[in-house]
Write a protein that binds this ligand. Structure first.
Ligand code: AMP
Length: 441
């Protein structure tokens, strides 16, 4: 079995990893670390929880540590005033702080200087931290631009740039700032871009930014998908809100995460629920940091039972005991379906994923079933069943033999049996299970 020794990281880094209880690299670490150590650019498609931070932090620390070793007899290892060798851009201050803490943890036996800058707090201590220059700077784009404009930070000696959660930065409106920052960087550098999804704008950004990049991709574990009870409900668009209300009125739905495709949709669903006396909060990229934090903490504490989210905003949310994930809109990227339903069935509990599907969304359902290599069971028994949505792809849905009463039936389509829960989606690869120090299949 392979372990961290395979990478030949500097001994102080290996010691820190052992102290942190990391013994086996996660799949993204296994793929990314050797490529980054050879100096390649990287496109990483991965979400939080996969171990992506260490995947980029370890090679960066190794590079900085070796540079220091080589130059220890001179002053060349010292950064110049107000500069940084490595810049990591992250969308939120929480993520920036987490990344900085990861560098501190893995680099604790190296003499590496760090600073972290983000908005929403005074800049004085950040300016002080940058005065002598640092090896590693973690920053949110807005504050970084402010400090550059005031000449407290200079980027012309940068060696490594990391864009973390690029799709979320896009969603939060940072793309313009990012382009401005990139324009200030030296041409010769190593560049890494991580994103959980690949919308067109991110693909374009990556294309312009990365040189012949190595591409690594990890998706949530098959085991999660297998443990989730999935069903699809055919419904007309106009009835989705009634159906949602009916489902959320059931007692067993103790904590539900509802996904919409758009931010506007998330707000509308939240309003409809509140009109129907169901407390709900929305979380998406147009909400302020404070509003998002409040929504999340209310949801976590159980003050609101329902959180309505867009794909990008929901990433990184790690809330225990979400009993139901409800796809109010099906995602047009099938990978998002796997990410979404992975929010339930955490920590070995079973979870439920309920997907609404209107006539226009039938192609999305087909794509999801292709990706997961499973047919999603159909619930025909709900009050808002739509025959036209069910038949939208020209496939007749068989009516259950009990005449539509009793338990919700799960009817196979096209006369084939519903996929057994042990079938494993081929596209989903192994992913790291948080904090256990092992790779979970
Ligand atoms: P990330 O995806 O970077 O947010 O990492 C998810 C969590 O996994 C963090 O709490 C890390 O400390 C932890 N972690 C990352 N890599 C490993 C590993 N190889 N072994 C054990 N824990 C890890």
């Amino acid at each position: 079995m392979s372990d961290f020794a395979q990478f030949n990281l500097l001994a102080p880094i290996q010691t820190a990893l052992a102290e942190a209880g990391y013994f086996l690299p996660t799949p993204i670490q296994e793929q990314a670390i050797p490529r980054l150590m050879s100096g390649a650019d990287l496109l990483g498609i991965a979400q939080t929880g996969t171990g992506k931070t260490a995947a980029f932090a370890l090679p960066i620390l190794d590079r900085l540590g070796r540079h220091r070793e080589r130059n220890s007899h001179t002053t060349r290892h010292k950064p110049l005033a107000r500069t940084t060798r490595v810049l990591i851009l992250a969308p939120t201050r929480e993520l920036a702080s987490q990344i900085d803490a990861s560098f501190a943890k893995y680099g604790r036996h190296l003499r590496i200087s760090r600073a972290v800058v983000y908005g929403g707090v005074g800049q004085y201590s950040q300016v002080r931290a940058m005065e002598r220059g640092v090896d590693i700077l973690v920053a949110t784009p807005g504050r970084l631009i402010d400090l550059i404009q005031q000449r407290h930070i200079v980027l012309d000696t940068l060696e490594v740039l990391v864009l973390d959660e690029a799709d979320r930065m896009l969603d939060m409106g940072f793309i313009h700032d990012i382009r401005r920052i990139i324009a200030l960087l030296p041409e010769k550098r190593q560049t890494l871009l991580f994103s959980a999804t690949m919308p067109k704008e991110i693909a374009l950004l990556a294309e312009g930014l990365l040189r012949d990049p190595a591409r690594v991709e990890v998706t949530p574990p098959a085991s999660t998908v297998d443990r989730v009870k999935q069903k699809v409900l055919f419904v007309d668009k106009s009835n989705k809100r009634h159906l949602l209300h009916a489902i959320l009125s059931q007692e067993e739905v103790r904590r539900a995460l509802v996904f919409t495709r758009t931010k506007h949709g998330a707000d509308k669903v939240t309003r409809d629920l509140e009109i129907g006396n169901i407390r709900a909060a929305a979380i998406h990229g147009n909400k302020s940091q404070g509003a998002r934090e409040k929504a999340l903490s209310d949801f976590r504490a159980g003050h609101v039972r329902v959180l309505v989210a867009t794909d990008i905003a929901a990433r990184g949310i790690d809330v225990a005991e979400i009993t139901h994930v409800i796809n109010y809109d099906l995602p047009n990227e099938p990978e998002s379906y796997v990410h979404r339903i992975g929010r339930t069935a955490r920590a070995n509990t079973d979870g439920n994923a309920i997907s609404f599907c209107d006539a226009d969304e039938r192609p999305y359902l087909r794509d999801i079933e292709r990706l997961t290599r499973q047919e999603v069971a159909v619930d025909l028994e709900h009050s808002y069943h739509s025959e036209s949505a069910a038949n939208a792809l020209g496939v007749a849905v068989r009516k259950p033999s009990n005449g539509g009463r009793g338990q919700p039936s799960q009817s196979p389509r096209q006369g084939r049996p519903v996929a057994s829960s042990t079938r494993r989606p081929q596209a989903a690869t192994a992913r790291f299970s948080r904090g256990r120090g092992s790779v979970a299949q």
